[in-house]
Design a protein around this ligand. Structure first.
Ligand SMILES: Nc1ncnc2c1ncn2[C@@H]1O[C@H](COP(=O)(O)OP(=O)(O)O)[C@@H](O)[C@H]1O
Ligand SMILES: [Mg+2]
Length: 335
C-alpha cells in the first residue's frame, strides 16, 4: 500500500479537537475523527481542513500541501446543503483527485423528483409522486391517492420528516405541504406511502460495483399502529432509539431470489444516477415482495459503527480496507 498525502475536507465546525478524548460517543465530529485517525493509523499522511465559505482557503491549502487526493467529507458550503456538489466541481477544476461521488451523480441524486424521473425511464420501481412548488397553489392530482408521504424535494437526514409526514386526507395534505414550504423553504414532493420494511444497501465502485449486504432498520418497540419510518428522531435521537428499540442489522429472511432482485435494482439505480465512489441506497419492501427505491445517497455517513461501515464489515471489509477502497476509487476513476 502506497503511503498517500491526504487532505480531509470537512465543515469548519466538524474538525475534531487536537486532543481527542479517549472516550467519545455522539460528538458531531466523530465521523471526521474516525476517518482522519484511521487514515493516519494506516500510515497515510493525513491532514484535515475545515471550511465554511472560503474557497480561497481550500485552493491555497491544496497548493501548499499538494495532496495526492482530497478525502471529501463536506456536506454543505455557505450553509447550503446543496452546495457540496459545487465544491466537488471545484475540486475537478483545480484539478485534484477526490473521494466519493462526482458532481453529476450528486446533482441527480439529491433532487428527489429528478432522480425519480431518471429511474422511471430505466423502469426502476419507486413510489408514484407529484411535485408541489413553493408559492404555487397546492392541488392534489387525482392519480395520487392516500396515504401520501410529504417531504422536501432536496433536504436530507430526514429533515422535516415526522409521523405527520404521512397524510390521509386533503386537509392534512394541504397543511403539511404548506408547512414544508414555509418551514423548510423548499419545493415539496408527495409520494405514494410505501408500508413495509426499511432497507439500506451500500454500493461501492465506479464501473465495477460491489454491493454490500442488505441492511435493515428495525423498530422493535414501537407503539401499536405507529408507522415504521425513519423520522428525524428515529435517525438522530439516541434516547428515542433506545425507548423504541430502533436498531439496524443484516436483513433476515430475504430469499436468494429477492436478494438478487434488490441487488440488481441497487446497481441499476447507482448507474442510472451516474454515481461514483460509494453510496447508500434506501429502499422499502412491501409484504407482497414488491421493492421500491426511496432514494440514493452518494457519500453517505461512513463513521465506524454506522450502517455503511457495519455492512462493509459484514462483507469482510475492515474499516481500514473500506477507507483504502474509497481512496483507490477516487484515485482511479475507472477502477
Ligand atoms: N414514499 C415513502 N413511503 C414510505 N416511507 C417513506 C417514503 N419516503 C420516505 N419514507 C421514509 O422517510 C425516510 C426519509 O426519507 P428519504 O426520502 O430517505 O429522505 P432523507 O434524504 O431525509 O433520508 C425514509 O428512510 C423512510 O423511512
Ligand atoms: Mg434517506
Amino acid at each position: 500500500m502506497k503511503k498517500l498525502r491526504i487532505l480531509c475536507l470537512a465543515h469548519e465546525d466538524l474538525v475534531p479537537p487536537d486532543r481527542v478524548p479517549t472516550k467519545f460517543h455522539n460528538e458531531e465530529w466523530r465521523t471526521e475523527n474516525y476517518v482522519l485517525s484511521t487514515l493516519r493509523g494506516m500510515g497515510h499522511d493525513a491532514e484535515i481542513l475545515g471550511v465554511r465559505s472560503d474557497l480561497g482557503l481550500l485552493r491555497s491549502k491544496v497548493e501548499e500541501l499538494k495532496p495526492d487526493i482530497v478525502f471529501n467529507l463536506l456536506e454543505e458550503f455557505h450553509d447550503q446543503p446543496l452546495y457540496d456538489q459545487n465544491i466537488v466541481s471545484f475540486l475537478e477544476l483545480i484539478p485534484i483527485p477526490y473521494t466519493g461521488c462526482n458532481p453529476r451523480g450528486m446533482i441527480l441524486s439529491r433532487d428527489k423528483a429528478l432522480a425519480r424521473k431518471v429511474l422511471t425511464y430505466h423502469r426502476i420501481p419507486g413510489p408514484d409522486f407529484g411535485v408541489f412548488r413553493k408559492g404555487r397553489a397546492i392541488r392534489r392530482p387525482k392519480r395520487l391517492s392516500f396515504p401520501l408521504f410529504i417531504k422536501s424535494q432536496v433536504e436530507e437526514a430526514s429533515l422535516g420528516i415526522s409521523q405527520s409526514s404521512i397524510v390521509a386526507s386533503d386537509r392534512d395534505f394541504q397543511e403539511r405541504v404548506a408547512f414544508m414550504h414555509e418551514k423548510h423553504n423548499t419545493d415539496v414532493i408527495a409520494e405514494e406511502y410505501i408500508e413495509g420494511r426499511e432497507l439500506y444497501v451500500g454500493v461501492l465502485g465506479n464501473e465495477r460495483l460491489t454491493v454490500l449486504p442488505i441492511w435493515e432498520l428495525l423498530f422493535e418497540n414501537m407503539p401499536e399502529g405507529a408507522p415504521r419510518i425513519a423520522t428525524r428522531r428515529v435517525k438522530w435521537d439516541a434516547k428515542y432509539q433506545k425507548r423504541h428499540g430502533i436498531a439496524s442489522r443484516a436483513a433476515d429472511g430475504i430469499s436468494p431470489d429477492l436478494r438478487a432482485r434488490i441487488e440488481g435494482m441497487c446497481r441499476r439505480t447507482y448507474r442510472a444516477l451516474g454515481i461514483t465512489g460509494y453510496a447508500r441506497i434506501d429502499l422499502r419492501l412491501k409484504a407482497s415482495g414488491e421493492v421500491f427505491i426511496i432514494e440514493a445517497n452518494p457519500n453517505p455517513e461512513i463513521a465506524n459503527g454506522e450502517d455503511f461501515a457495519d455492512s462493509a464489515l459484514a462483507a469482510g471489509f475492515s474499516y481500514e480496507s473500506l477507507l483504502q477502497r474509497i481512496l483507490s476509487l477516487g484515485l482511479r476513476k475507472s477502477a
